[in-house]
Design a protein. Structure first.
Length: 115
């Protein structure tokens, strides 16, 4: 789904039934994801810039570059999950540490909801 469509769905209240609250913004450049100062410098008014909890990518290749950039340059924590199959798929890299692998497994279990 397109980032702008997700934002529109959130604004239309489609996420109101979720058991948690969230703020949805996007599309958002990686520097804005990682830095409030970058958002301010670009004149972007964002309540989540520099403190994003979750990012989505349009495909696996973009997601790979996006996440590795955040992990290696911004010291972000990562949990890789591929959605769209019958069950979530844990996504790990050969170089991931045990903590990162655990995050991927935990998030996949959470998303699966006991399936």
């Amino acid at each position: 789904m397109d980032a702008a469509a997700l934002v529109a769905a959130w604004r239309d209240g489609e996420f109101d039934e979720l058991p948690c609250t969230c703020t949805v913004e996007g599309p958002m450049a990686i520097d804005v994801v990682a830095s409030r100062e970058a958002a301010e410098h670009k004149g972007i008014n964002s309540v989540i810039a520099g403190k994003v909890d979750l990012t989505l990518a349009p495909n696996l290749e973009c997601g790979n570059v996006h996440c590795k950039t955040l992990v290696h340059y911004c010291k972000a924590k990562f949990a890789g999950v591929v959605l769209g199959a019958m069950v979530p798929i844990v996504l790990v890299s050969r170089t991931d540490d045990p903590e990162t692998k655990f995050y991927g497994i935990a998030l996949s279990c959470l998303v699966a909801g006991g399936r």
